[in-house]
Design a protein around this ligand. Structure first.
Ligand code: S3P
Ligand code: PEP
Length: 449
């Protein structure tokens, strides 16, 4: 594996980028199209062209869906999915995709035989207990009997009675989303209650699930225990997504490009960003992401041109709770490490669960920061970044097979000369063209929007 030299910005980074469709929306839309159960074909347009999407398409094909992938607009994909009337036994490779390993087992429980699940070496370390406990609580057989991680086999029996289950979803919101996405196909529907030591993280992703289910004609309710929702129920009934569903650009993937404007005092626009429609919820947590970009000194606008961030080149320290948008932690840590060179201290909170992401992101960020001379300390639920006057690479920045670790390294490398990333191919999980798009943006060549 050869290292990748990150481009250094010669001045303010300015430009417009086209980011792929959101993998979270894409993989929900693909699954819902496959779960319609009516033999009809539907198209998911603007789908992310990425490893996570391919894994979902292949997983649904293994379960009996017919899928056809063609090039879509702006480098995205159009995926035609024909919903099987019965789901099949088979084998699913989850790769490192949380959306595949957490969303497909509840669908596999409907299959007419065993479905084997496995994934990458890093995937075998990711928590699965919420989904597996939930399915076992509904009477679904899973082997081995004590499995709480990949690999495992879901023994489908052609249907699931459904009902009410309690799961501990403090490790991942995807446990709740995964169960809800298939729940309408269970005989009695499904009610999921979260009971655990902490709150459900990434709640905007559960909201995304609820909104997309409702758009597909499913009745969903949620109840709060205190301030935040902790019980969701889907009624049994048909899942009827639109014939053509158009996926939005990926906000989490966009964040690193937008952050380049903050680091260099530039201006970056993500083209094709949907303007909010009064009365309809945003599918992606633009409000929470905006708050973090603003905390780091950016100004954010959304208009017909897209989503634009302007920076003034000065990065303040921040104290932010990222529980809703834990995916942004690597980007935010990179920004905090750069802010620390001017004496700023930062604290990132609310993200204990990201130890179970593609890698233990808290440990990985502390280790890669230390190798640069940054003072990054792990806390129970986040990181503290203390002032450190200079940053200089002593070895290649580790990607840990994690797309967001790789992109965080590239962000630091904008202003820290000589930074190399050990495996930039990790970015293909969600950003297939990062290794060419990033230098094109930084060098002002422009990325076709
Ligand atoms: O449902 C989804 O599409 C996602 C939910 C979140 O997972 P966690 O709740 O495990 O953080 C997020 O971090 C992940 O990238 C995508
Ligand atoms: C946590 C992430 O992905 P996954 O869907 O694999 O959980 C992520 O994209 O940051």
């Amino acid at each position: 594996m050869s290292t990748w030299s990150t481009p250094v910005a010669e001045g303010p980074v300015r430009g417009t980028v086209a980011v792929p469709g959101s993998k979270s929306i894409t993989n929900r839309a693909l699954l819902l199209a496959a779960l319609a159960g009516d033999g009809a074909m539907r198209t998911v347009a603007g789908a992310a062209r990425s490893r996570d999407t391919t894994l979902m398409v292949d997983g649904l094909t293994a379960l009996g869906a017919h899928t056809a992938v063609t090039p879509g607009r702006d480098g995205t994909l159009d995926v035609a999915v024909t919903a099987p009337t019965h789901l099949h036994a088979g084998r699913v490779d989850c790769g490192l995709a949380g959306t595949v390993m957490r969303f497909l087992p509840p669908a596999a429980a409907l299959a007419d035989g065993p479905v084997e699940f496995d994934g990458d070496p890093h995937a075998r370390a990711r928590p699965m207990s919420g989904v597996l406990e939930g399915l076992r609580g509904l009477g679904v057989a899973i082997g081995p009997a004590d499995a709480d991680r990949l690999p495992f086999t879901v023994v489908g029996r052609g249907g699931v009675a459904g009902g009410a289950v309690s799961v501990d979803a403090s490790g991942s919101s995807q446990f709740v989303s995964g169960l809800l996405l298939s729940g309408a196909r269970y005989d009695d529907g499904l009610a999921v209650t979260h009971r655990g030591p902490g709150a459900v993280p990434s709640l905007p992703h559960v909201d995304m699930t609820v909104t997309m289910l409702r758009t597909a004609g499913v009745t969903v309710t949620s109840e709060s225990d205190g301030a935040t929702p902790s019980r969701w129920a889907v009624s049994a009934g048909p899942i009827t997504p639109a014939d053509r569903f158009v996926v939005e650009p990926d906000l989490s993937g966009a964040a690193v490009y937008l952050a380049a404007a903050l680091v260099t005092g530039g201006e970056v626009t993500v083209a094709g960003w949907p303007e909010s429609t009064p009365g309809s919820p945003d599918l992606q947590p633009i409000g929470a992401v905006r708050e973090v970009l603003e905390a780091f000194g950016g100004s954010v606008t959304v208009d017909a041109a897209g989503l634009t961030v302007r920076g003034d080149g000065r990065l303040p320290g921040v104290d932010v709770d990222l529980a809703e948008i834990g995916e942004l932690t690597p980007t935010a840590t990179a920004l905090a490490m750069l802010a620390a060179r001017d004496g700023a201290r930062s604290r990132l909170r609310g993200v204990a669960h990201i130890r179970g992401h593609e890698t233990d992101r808290l440990a990985a960020l502390a280790a890669e920061g230390a190798a640069l001379g940054a003072r990054v300390t792990e806390t129970d639920d986040g990181l503290v970044v203390e002032p450190s006057s200079t940053l200089a690479p002593t070895r290649p920045w580790g990607a840990y097979a994690d797309h967001r670790m790789a992109t965080a390294g590239a962000l630091v490398g904008l202003v820290v000369p000589g930074l190399e990333i050990d495996d930039v191919s990790a970015t293909t999980k969600t950003l297939p063209d990062f290794a060419t798009d990033w230098p094109a943006l930084v060098h002002g060549v422009g990325i076709p929007a």
